[in-house]
Design a protein around this ligand. Sequence first.
Ligand code: ADP
Length: 154
Amino acid sequence: MKRTAIYPGTFDPITLGHVDVVTRGLKVFDRIVIGVAENPKKGPMFDLETRLTMVRETFADNENIEAVSFTGLLVDLAHEHHAAALLRGLRAASDFEYEFQMATMNRHLDERIESVFVMAREDYTFVSSRFIREISEMGGDVTSLVPTPVLSRL
Ligand code: ADP
């Protein structure tokens, strides 16, 4: 039986920080299903379909990585894909509080699914989708921070 983790997020857009989380996740899990959340409240820059396509193109050559979009509960998505865990990344203490709340809520919803965290790579601790959007809107260079499928769309 393959050990599967769900890596959920908004991915607006996917960054090399996200890619690093997936790479680290694959050291522990056999298969990672990236769940791209619709998240209309966040007023995303890229629509759901485009965010999903950018994730799929980024990992096109790895058969152990799959990407799906979702709107409902994370624990339901985990069941659907027979996942034992939810994978998330931590950059700084500021990420912790939100992640702690989310993990605790998900545990409340389903005890069986474990939240697993990996630490950001040192040189990506400052990388966030929000900064990528803002910097590229102002004409800044984000070439070394996002995968190619994102670069061509920014
Ligand atoms: P969300 O809206 O759910 O926070 P994001 O796409 O912003 O979605 O982030 C998804 C996950 O990836 C979160 O756990 C976030 O902390 C993590 N993450 C984002 N950027 C990085 C990075 N540079 N390094 C490590 N983890 C990251």
